[in-house]
Design a protein around this ligand. Structure first.
Ligand code: ZN
Length: 126
């Protein structure tokens, strides 16, 4: 599950989950630490990120994973602490936003790295 590069094999899982370039594993993938926008290319190896097309994949996985995490946490809080309803409203809104952002970054990085690793692209006729 790795590709050969001049600097050695790079695991798509390690590079993707660290939000790093899928070819070299060193350059940053996103424009900033709090951004979901991609850079134009890798600062380290020069890979052009124009090929990237994760589509709605990260959002779909994030919705499913986030639903399980937040619902499970809300149920645990409810049955263990039985707080008033306003606590759930105040607590789970911000927590959901923060966890969703983190999940989207991780999943987008992972799907981009896997797309690069498996050379996935639109189908076309020759
Ligand atoms: Zn790179």
């Amino acid at each position: 599950m790795s590709i050969e590069t001049p600097s050695g094999p790079v695991s798509p899982y390690a590079a993707g989950l660290r939000c790093r370039c899928p070819r070299c594993g060193k350059g940053a993938l996103f424009a900033g630490p709090f951004s979901l926008a991609l850079r134009e290319g890798c600062d380290s190896c020069g890979l052009d990120f124009e090929f990237v097309d994760p589509g709605d994949g990260p959002a779909v996985f994030a919705i499913m994973i986030l639903g399980g995490i937040i619902l499970g946490a809300a149920l645990i809080v409810e049955f263990r602490l039985s707080p008033p309803l306003w606590v759930h409203v105040v607590l789970w809104g911000p927590v959901t936003l923060v966890v969703a952002f983190g999940l989207l970054r991780l999943l987008k990085g992972l799907l981009i790295a896997l797309q690069f690793h498996h050379k996935a692209e639109q189908g076309h006729l020759d």
